[in-house]
Design a protein around this ligand. Structure first.
Ligand SMILES: Cc1cc2nc3c(=O)[nH]c(=O)nc-3n(C[C@H](O)[C@H](O)[C@H](O)COP(=O)(O)OP(=O)(O)OC[C@H]3O[C@@H](n4cnc5c(N)ncnc54)[C@H](O)[C@@H]3O)c2cc1C
Length: 380
């Protein structure tokens, strides 16, 4: 028996969509290629916007072991600048968070098929290692990875950066020094983000251009260990994962256009919009796109309307995040850091200015206001 909806991919977008569909009593099959809990390349900075969506779904990230992030510290060489964030973000392990959402989806009645890779899809259905399925509607949430038969049309230029993530067991002193800060260590050709994601666990997530360190984790480690600040953070710490997770050649800045897909396909999360990682709102976009897609599906609006509304909701954030991303890649960086040192509060303002906006189509569809309000909301 095949459910009417198939969700492809069990990251934040796919798992939260499956949870919302199951809660609404809609039959759903979710296919996740990984057989068990797994890590993702991610700075694991959970923004306030993402926290709000998780609370809506009944999750308290603090109960999952998340730690508060209240300050931002930008470091270059031996110089640094620090400011309070205008909100409290959280540090949380993606392995824990994604798994908690998948478990909740299964408890709510979604059929979660783990270790099943979807290999292709066409107008008639989807092909997996476990057979062919023909659902009425597909929610495509495979993240950064394109699927044969449903590739993102013209995703634009792919960046030459590689993303790496590794968790480190840190000492009690390092834990106290890092405290509630996210640290961005600026390098020539990229940056490394350091923050706690649980007590005495530090996430090191880098987005760096290949040249300069050879494209390997060991090459990157050698390069960043020359940075005095990183060296201090890693001294006496030990790697917790068997190997780092990594990802390369992503089309940052991509925002999906309405009308580019078949009528029964909702594209969620990174498949719909790939914001620059620096501003830490990718998880918020994943959660919000899932909420909006489910609201559109339930109200009969369909994927076309969904894509239009989503573009309007996330387009501004993606543009601002990309502007900051490019700025960090420019040779004027020392000047920028000098300016920030003169006016540290600019850091907080930049963080506030690159948030996902307050437009929230899913809430307005679920709880429509008077007739006039609905017309104003329509984006046709
Ligand atoms: C370097 C870097 C740092 C980042 N830092 C942050 C940050 O600090 N904060 C933040 O909010 N965002 C951050 N992001 C962005 C964030 O990680 C993503 O936006 C978010 O994970 C998107 O969620 P998703 O569900 O769309 O995709 P994913 O989380 O990637 O999930 C996709 C899922 O689909 C599965 N899958 C893939 N292909 C198939 C298939 N064929 N069949 C079945 N299953 C499949 C995968 O195994 C995976 O579980 C960062 C991104 C990068 C690259």
């Amino acid at each position: 028996m095949v459910a009417p909806v198939a969700v492809l991919g069990g990251g934040l977008a796919g798992a939260s969509a499956a949870l919302r569909l199951a809660q609404a009593g809609i039959g759903v099959d979710l296919f996740e290629r990984q057989a068990g809990p797994h890590h993702k390349v991610c700075g694991e900075f959970l923004s306030v916007e993402a926290q709000r969506d998780l609370h809506d779904l009944g999750f308290d990230p603090l109960r999952l072991g998340a730690v508060p992030i209240e300050r931002i510290r930008v470091v270059r060489g031996t110089k640094s600048v620090e400011s309070r964030l205008p909100f409290t973000a959280l540090g949380i392990s993606r392995e824990v968070l994604d798994q908690a959402l998948l478990d909740a989806a299964a408890r709510a009645g979604a059929h979660v098929h783990r270790g099943v890779k979807v290999v292709a899809m066409d107008a008639g259905g989807i092909d997996t290692g476990a057979g062919r399925f023909c659902p009425e509607t597909v929610f495509l949430a495979t993240g950064k990875h394109d699927l044969r038969g449903a590739k993102r049309p013209e995703p634009g230029a792919r960046g030459d950066e590689i993303g790496f993530k590794m968790h480190w067991r840190i000492t009690a002193e390092q834990d106290a020094e890092l405290g509630s800060a996210i640290e961005l260590v600026l390098l020539d050709g990229g940056y490394v983000g350091l923050q706690r994601v649980a007590a005495r666990v530090m996430n090191v997530c880098a987005l760096v251009r290949r040249e300069g360190f050879g494209g390997s984790w060991n090459g990157l480690l050698t390069a960043i260990a020359r940075e005095p600040h990183v060296a201090r953070r890693l001294d006496g710490a030990s790697e917790m994962l068997r190997r780092p997770t990594s990802i390369a050649a992503l089309p940052y800045g991509y925002v999906h256009r309405p009308g580019d897909d078949r009528e029964s396909l909702y594209r969620l999360g990174d498949q719909a919009a790939l914001t620059a990682p620096l501003t830490g709102d990718g998880m918020a976009i994943a959660l919000r796109s899932a909420a909006l897609a489910v609201a559109c599906h339930r109200s009969g609006r369909g994927p076309l309307d969904y894509t239009r509304i989503l573009r309007r909701e996330v387009g501004g954030q993606v543009r601002r995040a990309m502007a900051l991303h490019r700025l960090v890649g420019l040779p004027v960086l020392p000047l920028t850091l000098g300016l920030l040192r003169l006016h540290p509060s600019l850091l907080g303002r930049l963080a506030a200015a690159t948030r996902l906006g307050r437009l929230d189509g899913a809430r307005r569809i679920d709880r429509p206001g008077p007739p006039g309000a609905e017309a104003a909301f329509s984006d046709r």
